[in-house]
Design a protein. Structure first.
Lengths: 613, 472
């Protein structure tokens, strides 16, 4: 190769580099233009798409907001309830009423396994609420390493990500709509949700002011409800290590811990690996950890093997939750030794003055007559169980009846196998007497019965009465926790008319709730504000709330109203609403499209707690 | 450390920069250090397995090179086969066999205690064991000389771009590239390497990961969904796994190209294939060619009678299924595809491709691609199902059309995935057909880069989901 060749080659290389330099610059500039244009487009559509969640779920976001507000009001210290299953119904008010704490809050988040609870408690709850005591309800599923759905999304949420990359992401999210809206724009389901304007509400995010889920009042587990999927796949793994680690970390901060063993229905337990042996192993391990740490452990297992104590295949119903809450209160108050058998699900027989069952007897073979203290129509959620005693060490449910469903089904345990039976003549409702035909009573040799009637006085039967403005065929939804269509449960025969609560009508793009009764207290109202510019107008004098979506997409679903004082919840999903006149509204309050949870605080002054989903 | 993580975004430029700064003799050490760091980021304990496989085959290769005694050579080859398949068998199939034995014992009336021996599957074990095994077989067959340098051989086994999910490179192709001094890539090569990486990211993050929720939604309980939902989810899974796996390969090839090393193509637009046989020739080429060379051909290949050739096909596909994992679902996946290929061969013999059908070529190609992709998607139903019972439920509902409809967003997501993946493949197929592939104009490429970056930004954000083939 000559010097001339080398020189030519160098010139060629230099020329090639310059050419590629120009090309790459052009590529870079064009790509930046695309990014810039997309950023501008993202800013333009931002008011019209749902606000992306910073946290893993609505419920977590709501609880963070509630805890921030509690902290701002100085409601710190006291007792904090933690765990996963506890989110359903364990009521902090019980602890306050029992005098064991001035301040109590239910910080439980559903599906939270021990690693999630560890982060949630230590990074979010404790710094905000600085509790004196943490009551941590632990259940076997919380310790299964394969149950990681929330773990994944919890760690993935922008607010909870760790590290430099997460810090950069948060920094960018504050400045770029494209980054900020990434969770929405990148999800087909969310875009679909936004486009279709589904007027769907969910009871999942009905969170009371003390962090408890509203609407845990109904018995809902149907006889053929399947156990949670994949229970048999769950395995206790290293996730259990997070339990003692969290307890130690809490104690290091001077926080006392009460562990509560949370129960599961027998049908779910049997789905665990080894026909329940994995469950037993988990319970033993929790006991060993508690003993090792010398931490108080309340056995919440005994007394809840009865399926009728559950609202679904994982969670206790309101009655049982309240009973367990009372146990916790006693344990915290020192009146209940940890090893004492917890309270029974419901009081039994005529000796229990507060119980709705006055007495029960067998008037003739095959029939059971129950006399109740209150009219049956007021006993929302009435259930009947008859448990044989003595066959095994656990109660066995023979019959379940659902008076409000006119006893269309019942189930019998025959040779350890559930059999569903149709009982057309079973039920007769006459004021305060319930006659039930139970064929097994005619020929059974069982002589000892335990009769439990779980009932919720003033319960949801009354609450289900909707105003005449509601046309039933326009409802598409369900009553909270029952999973049954609303119209199945709304019946003039079982529902007193004086229980009218609220009405809803549509006025153009506005949805108007009217609360006519004087005894109405608005403890919680939830509106889905998926749209952009939205005006909420609350008129205390007229007791109307107007949700106006005219300025934006109008995708509003104010379908949930909860009254926590009597423990009932209505949730309706509405596709088309009746039209009508709208009263003049006062005190308009505008919720801007970019405002987050704290933007709704002014409503608190009116006695409303509005939660933006 | 995964390709779709920001850690890798920092790792790769660092390795590439150091690689070109270092003199040639140190580069193999850098590759080794980088590869072991890359692999150890999952679980450093599994490095021991990688070393066992590396040392065993390096030793076997050298011994094979030194002896002409056929018996001795067979023994040495057996050592390699035992070590590699032993590792693979223990870590991949032990649990399956134990559980099956217990189930059978219990069925026979024996009260066997179920015990769970927790065996974690080392990432990429199926890939590197097959790679080292192919080396020993090739040395045994005297197709290549044994590698005398341990660092070089270790670099061949552990080369990080293709360590955990292929392509399964043959020694005759990769070893010389690692051995000889590489020249720094030219600007055009750098551009093409970066383009490959970006396209790979789009396939993985924008297409595959977007389809994953739909697939997961239906396949978490396939018995609960109707025909449309299962068909949509199966097609979505076919696209998902293609986007995921070919995306990985693209990133691997782009990463290697930045180091001056060319890895083989693992996919050649399989969903544009005209029939199922061609589809499989274009799918996971490094594995299918491995199985062709080391299983199918030794079984007789297509040399014998039709019946024997068909048997060889079925056995090869049984091995393909088992390579993916122990379980009836993978066996069914393999056998079904074997049956498809046998059936297609019989069909071709009855009516050769040259025979005129009267249908225009373009229409025939589209129809053929649709049928082949549908057959693949149907077999993927077994692949994706979490149990054999689930796959039977899904097939039952395909037949009876019982169950719930797919979520409303299914169709849009599926259409997006289908159009996106076919568009990318069509562009690549077109450039492949061009006699002199030319880089697209800067403006066009800039638009494509900008769009791809935006798409990746929108589609990412949380922890990077693993590539599907890491589990194999």
């Amino acid at each position: 190769m000559t010097a001339s060749d080398t020189s030519t080659e160098r010139r060629g290389t230099a020329s090639s580099r310059a050419r590629f330099g120009r090309r790459w610059a052009a590529i870079g500039v064009t790509a930046l233009c695309v990014l810039g244009a997309t950023e501008a487009a993202a800013r333009a559509v931002e008011p019209h798409v749902p606000v992306p969640l910073e946290w893993a779920s609505d419920e977590i976001a709501i609880k963070v907001d509630q805890m921030d507000r509690r902290r701002a009001r100085g409601q710190v210290g006291g007792v904090v309830i933690a765990g996963s299953s506890q989110s359903w119904g364990l009521d902090p008010q019980v602890l306050i009423d029992a005098g064991v704490a001035d301040v109590a809050y239910n910080s439980a988040i559903p599906s939270g396994t021990a690693p999630v609870q560890r982060r949630w408690l230590l990074e979010e709850v404790v710094p905000r609420l600085q509790p004196d005591v943490v009551v941590w309800g632990v259940s076997a599923p919380d310790l299964n390493e394969r149950r990681s759905a929330l773990g994944f999304s919890y760690a993935a949420a922008r607010a909870t990500q760790h590290g430099v990359v997460a810090d950069v992401d948060r920094w960018l999210a504050e400045r770029s709509a494209l980054i900020r809206l990434r969770p929405v724009l990148g999800s087909a389901a969310r875009i679909d949700h936004a486009l279709r304007a589904p007027l769907v509400t969910s009871t999942n995010t009905l969170i009371g002011d003390l962090g408890q889920r509203a609407g845990s009042t109904e018995y809902a587990m149907a006889p053929d409800d399947p156990a949670p999927p994949n229970v048999g796949e769950w395995r206790v793994g290293t996730t259990i290590d997070d339990l003692p680690a969290t307890v130690r970390a809490l104690r290091a901060q001077g926080i006392e811990v009460l562990l509560v063993l949370l129960p599961l229905p027998q049908r779910t337990i049997e789905e665990f690996a080894g026909g329940g042996s994995d469950w037993d192993l988990t319970i033993e391990m929790i006991g060993a950890i508690a003993a090792d740490l010398d931490v108080q452990l309340l056995d919440g297992l005994t007394g809840y093997s009865d399926d009728l104590s559950y609202r679904d295949t994982s969670h206790l119903d309101a009655e049982a939750s309240r009973a367990l809450s009372e146990d916790i209160a006693r344990a915290l108050g020192g009146s209940l030794p940890p090893d004492l058998e917890p309270a029974v699900v419901a009081a039994m027989g005529p000796d229990a003055p507060t119980h709705p069952v006055r007495r029960a007897w067998i008037p003739r073979p095959g029939w059971l007559r129950i006399e109740t203290a209150a009219p049956l129509t007021e006993l929302g959620g009435t259930l009947l169980t008859i448990n044989t005693m003595g066959d095994e060490d656990r109660d066995r449910v023979l019959v379940e009846l659902h008076p409000r469903r006119r006893a269309s089904t019942a189930q019998h345990l025959v040779d350890d196998r559930w059999e569903r039976t149709s009982l057309p003549r079973t039920l007769a409702i006459d004021a305060r007497t319930l006659d039930v035909e139970i064929p097994t009573l005619a020929d059974t040799s069982t002589t000892v019965f335990r009769i439990v009637v779980s009932a919720i006085p003033g319960g949801s039967a009354g609450a289900l009465r909707l105003s005449p403005g509601f046309a039933l065929d326009e409802l598409r939804g369900s009553v909270a926790n029952t999973g049954a269509p609303a119209w199945d449960l709304v019946s003039d025969e079982v529902t007193p008319t004086e229980h009218e609560r609220a009405s809803l009508r549509r006025d153009g793009d506005r949805l108007v709730w009217t609360v006519p009764a004087d005894d109405w207290t608005d403890e919680l109202l939830i509106a889905d504000l998926d749209g952009a510019t939205t005006t909420l107008t609350w008129d205390p004098a007229g007791r109307t709330l107007v949700v106006d979506g005219a300025g934006g997409s109008g995708r509003l679903a104010p379908g949930s109203v909860a009254r926590t004082d009597t423990g009932w919840t209505i949730t309706v999903d509405i596709r088309s609403l009746p039209t009508g006149e709208l009263d003049d509204a006062a005190s308009p309050l505008t919720i801007g499209p970019r405002r987050r949870l704290d933007a709704e605080r002014p409503l608190l002054a009116e006695g409303l707690d509005l939660v933006l989903r | 450390m995964t390709f779709n993580s920001l850690v890798y975004a920092a790792f790769l430029p660092l390795v590439v920069g150091l690689f070109w700064l270092l003199p040639h003799r140190f580069r193999i050490w850098l590759i080794l250090a980088a590869s072991y760091t890359f692999y150890g980021a999952w679980d450093w304990r599994f490095l021991a397995l990688l070393w066992i496989s590396t040392l065993a085959d390096w030793w076997v290769g050298r011994r094979l090179d030194r002896t002409d005694d056929e018996r001795r050579r067979k023994q040495l080859l057996a050592v390699s086969v035992l070590v590699n398949l032993g590792l693979l068998g223990f870590f991949k199939y032990f649990g399956f066999f134990v559980e099956s034995a217990i189930a059978m014992g219990n069925r026979a009336g024996l009260d066997l205690d179920p015990f769970t021996m927790r065996i974690l599957l080392p990432v990429g074990i199926s890939f590197y064991t097959f790679q080292t095994l192919s080396y020993s077989i090739d040395v045994y067959r005297r197709r290549i000389p044994a590698c005398q340098s341990l660092p070089l051989f270790a670099g061949y086994v552990a080369f990080f771009p293709q360590l955990v999910a292929g392509p399964i490179e043959r020694a005759e192709r990769l070893l010389p590239q690692l051995e000889t001094e590489r020249t720094p890539p030219r600007a055009q090569e750098i551009e093409s390497a970066l383009a490959l990486i970006l396209v790979g990211l789009v396939k993985k993050v924008v297409i595959a990961d977007q389809l994953a929720p739909l697939v997961q939604h239906v396949y978490s309980d396939p018995g609960a969904f109707d025909r449309g939902a299962i068909a949509a989810a199966s097609l979505a899974f076919a696209i998902q796994i293609y986007g995921d796996f070919s995306g990985y390969t693209d990133i691997a090839r782009g990463s290697a190209r930045l180091l001056g090393i060319e890895l083989m193509e693992n996919f050649r637009e399989p969903f544009l294939a005209r029939d199922i046989t061609e589809l499989w020739r274009r799918w996971h080429i490094s594995l299918t060619s491995w199985l062709r060379d080391y299983v199918y051909v030794p079984l007789g290949g297509s040399r014998g009678s039709m019946r024997r050739a068909n048997l060889a096909v079925v056995i090869t596909w049984l091995v393909t299924g088992l390579w993916h994992g122990a379980g009836l679902t993978f066996i069914a996946f393999g056998l079904l595809n074997g049956a498809f290929l046998v059936g297609h061969r019989a069909l071709r013999q009855r009516r050769p491709p040259t025979q005129r059908t009267g249908i225009p070529g373009g229409v025939q190609a589209v129809l053929g691609a649709a049928v082949a992709t549908s057959m693949f998607a149907f077999s993927a139903l077994f692949f994706r199902s979490e149990s054999f019972a689930d796959s039977l439920d899904a097939i039952g509902n395909l037949w009876t059309d019982q169950g719930a409809h797919a979520p409303t967003w299914t169709l849009g997501t599926l259409l997006f995935g289908l159009v996106a993946i076919l568009s990318l493949d069509a562009v690549r197929a077109r450039s492949r057909r061009s006699p002199v592939p030319a880089a697209p104009p800067a403006l066009l490429r800039g638009l494509a880069v900008g769009t791809a970056v935006v798409a990746v930004i929108i589609s990412s954000g949380g922890p990077a989901p693993d590539f599907i083939y890491f589990q194999f």
